[in-house]
Ligand binder design. Structure first.
Ligand code: B12
Ligand code: SF4
Length: 436
C-alpha cells in the first residue's frame, strides 16, 4: 500500500572508476580526481513528477541510500557500469517493502535482466511515461514494463532538477560543473555508442532557450556547465546553428565563465571554421573534452598502418591549441587494428603536440551497441560482469594482443604520459583536475 505521504526516492548507484580499479593511478597521475555529478536522467524525470509526491535523492557514491527508511517508491537510474549495483539495491529495497522502478541506459538495454529485480522497468526516454508510472504505483497496478513509444517534444522539456544533485554535495564531493544537454538522440550508428538505442534515432536539438536556462540555473547554484555531446557540432546542421546561437547568447551576457568544457571529436574539430572558434572563445570556452580513437576516422590513427589518420589526429590537436582551446583528450585503446605498438604511438603523438592533459580508456562493448552484438556473436566477450564494463577493464578478447597486455598497456599509458607532466601538481585546482 502506498502511504498518503507518497514518498519517492531517486537513487544513483555507485560504480567503479579508473582509479578504483587501478589504485596505482593515484600515484602516477599528479592531478585531482574529477568526481562528476550523476547523468541528467534523474534530474529530468524528477522534474516530471506530480506535486503530490515528496522527492528525495540519494547518490550511492557519497550517501547512505537509506535502506533503513524505505520510501513508497524507489526510482533507480543506472548505466552499464552501475547496473549490477542497481540490481542489488533494487532487491534490497523491495525486500523492505518499497516498490522499485528502474530506468536509464542499462535497464533499456537489459530489460529482462532488470525486471527480475524490480517492480517495473522503464525503457527509453521516460518523461512522457513517468506520471503514469507513478499513478500506477499509487494504485498498486504497476506494469512490469513501460516502453517509450514517442519522444517528448524538446520544446516541452522542463528544466532538470539539478538542485537535487547539488543538495547532496559535501566537503568530499563538490563538482565544479554539472552536465548540460543540448540535444536528444542521434541518427548515426557509431559501433560503440548506446545513445541511438536509448534516446532515439533522430537528433532532436533542444531549444536554445532551454540550453541557456540550464546554464543560468547552474550559475545560480555557483556551478559551471559541461557540454558533453559532440552532436551539437554536426557540421551544417540545425544543431550547429543552434549551438552557435547559444554561444553568442552566452557571450552577450558578459565575460563571466559559465562553461567548463565542451565535448567534441577530432573529425568535428577539423570541420569547424575559424569563425566558429572565434564564437567559442567569445563565449569563454577554453577547454574541449576531445575524444580520440572512438570515431571511425581517428580509430586508425594509432595503428601504425594509417599515416593519414595519424596526421589528422595531430592536426586536430594542433588546431585546438592554435585556436586557444585546450584539448583535454580522452584516448581509447583496444580497437581491432590496435597492436602492442599503439601505446607508444599514442604517447608520441601526445608529446609531439605537447598535450597537457589526457585520459585513457579501454574500449568497452556496452550492451545495446553494435560492438556488443558483434563481440558476442563472435564469442569474444570474456564475461558479462557489468560492474567491470567501465572502460577500465578488458572485457573482450582483443585481436592483436592478449587481454592482459591491453590492460597493462592502458595502465602504462597513464603512468608514462604523466611521468613527464609532474609539474601539473603545482597548477590551479581547475588546471589539474581530470577524470580518472
Ligand atoms: C555527461 C556525460 C558524462 C560526463 C559527465 C558525467 C556526468 N556528470 O553525468 C563525463 C564526461 C564526466 C562522463 C564520464 C563517463 N561516462 Co558518460 N556520458 C555523458 C553523456 C554525454 C550525457 C549523460 C546525460 O546526462 N544524459 C541525458 C539523460 C537525460 O539521459 P539518460 O540518463 O539516458 O536519461 C533518460 C532515460 O535513460 C531515462 N532514465 C534515466 N534514469 C532514469 C531513472 C528512472 C527511475 C526512470 C524511470 C527513467 C530514467 O529517462 C531519462 C530522460 O529521458 C552520456 C551520453 C548521453 N547522451 O546520454 C555519456 C555516457 C552515459 N557515458 C558513458 C560512460 C561509459 C562514461 C564513463 C564510465 C567513461 C569512463 N570510464 O570514463 C564515465 C563515468 C564517470 C562518471 N559519470 O563519473 C556511456 C555509458 C555507456 C553505457 N552503455 O552504459 C555514455 C552513454 C556515452 C556513450 N556514448 O557511450 N560522462
Ligand atoms: S557517438 Fe555521438 S555521433 Fe556516434 S552515435 Fe553516439 S551520439 Fe551519435
Amino acid at each position: 500500500m502506498i502511504s498518503n505521504e507518497r514518498r519517492l526516492r531517486f537513487v544513483y548507484p555507485r560504480f567503479s572508476r579508473h582509479a578504483d580499479v587501478h589504485p596505482e593511478l593515484r600515484e602516477h597521475v599528479p592531478c585531482n580526481e574529477y568526481f562528476g555529478g550523476p547523468s541528467l536522467g534523474i534530474a529530468y524525470v524528477a522534474a516530471m513528477t506530480p506535486p503530490e509526491w515528496t522527492i528525495e535523492f540519494r547518490d550511492d557514491r557519497v550517501d547512505d541510500v537509506g535502506l533503513d527508511d524505505p520510501p513508497d517508491v524507489v526510482g533507480i537510474s543506472c548505466f552499464t557500469p552501475s547496473g549490477k549495483r542497481a540490481m542489488e539495491l533494487a532487491d534490497a529495497f523491495r525486500a523492505r517493502g518499497s516498490k522499485v522502478v528502474m530506468g536509464g541506459i542499462f535497464p533499456t538495454m537489459r530489460p529482462d535482466e532488470c525486471a527480475a529485480h524490480c517492480d517495473a522497468v522503464v525503457e527509453g526516454e521516460a518523461e512522457l511515461l513517468w506520471p503514469r508510472v507513478l499513478s500506477d504505483a499509487a494504485e498498486s497496478r504497476l506494469a512490469p514494463r513501460y516502453r517509450a513509444t514517442e519522444n517528448i517534444d524538446p520544446a516541452k522539456l522542463p528544466l532538470p532538477r539539478v538542485d537535487l544533485y547539488v543538495s547532496r554535495e559535501n566537503d568530499r564531493y563538490c563538482p565544479d560543473d554539472y552536465p548540460v544537454q543540448l540535444s536528444r538522440g542521434c541518427m548515426l550508428k557509431c559501433s560503440a555508442c548506446a545513445i541511438p538505442g536509448v534516446l532515439g534515432r533522430s537528433l532532436r536539438p533542444l531549444p536554445v532557450e532551454h540550453g541557456l536556462a540550464q546554464i543560468e540555473q547552474l550559475e545560480r547554484h555557483g556551478k559551471l556547465a559541461c557540454l558533453t555531446e559532440d552532436t551539437s557540432f554536426f557540421p551544417g546542421s540545425a544543431q550547429q546553428r543552434a549551438f552557435g546561437e547559444l554561444l553568442d547568447r552566452i557571450a552577450e551576457r558578459g565575460t563571466k565563465m559559465s562553461i567548463s568544457y565542451v565535448g567534441i571529436s577530432m573529425p568535428l574539430v577539423l570541420a569547424q571554421s575559424p569563425a566558429f572558434f572565434a564564437r567559442l572563445r567569445r563565449a569563454g570556452v577554453s577547454m574541449f573534452y576531445l575524444v580520440g580513437g572512438f570515431d571511425p576516422i581517428t580509430r586508425g590513427a594509432f595503428t601504425g598502418t594509417d599515416p593519414k589518420s595519424r596526421q589528422r589526429a595531430i592536426d586536430a590537436l594542433r588546431r585546438c591549441m592554435d585556436e586557444g582551446v585546450e584539448p583535454y583528450t580522452s584516448f581509447l585503446v583496444g580497437n581491432d587494428d590496435d597492436d602492442e605498438g599503439t601505446f607508444d604511438r599514442m604517447l608520441e603523438v601526445a608529446d609531439a603536440v605537447k598535450l597537457k592533459k589526457a585520459e585513457f580508456a579501454i574500449r568497452t562493448p556496452y550492451p545495446g551497441t553494435p560492438d556488443f552484438t558483434m563481440m558476442r556473436e563472435s564469442g569474444r566477450l570474456l564475461h558479462e560482469d557489468w560492474s567491470r564494463y567501465n572502460d577500465a577493464n578488458v572485457v573482450f578478447q582483443p585481436t592483436k594482443m592478449s587481454p592482459a597486455r591491453l590492460e597493462r598497456g592502458y595502465v602504462e599509458l597513464w603512468r608514462d604520459f604523466y611521468r613527464s607532466r609532474r609539474s601539473l601538481a603545482a597548477e590551479s585546482h581547475r588546471e589539474r583536475t581530470i577524470q580518472f
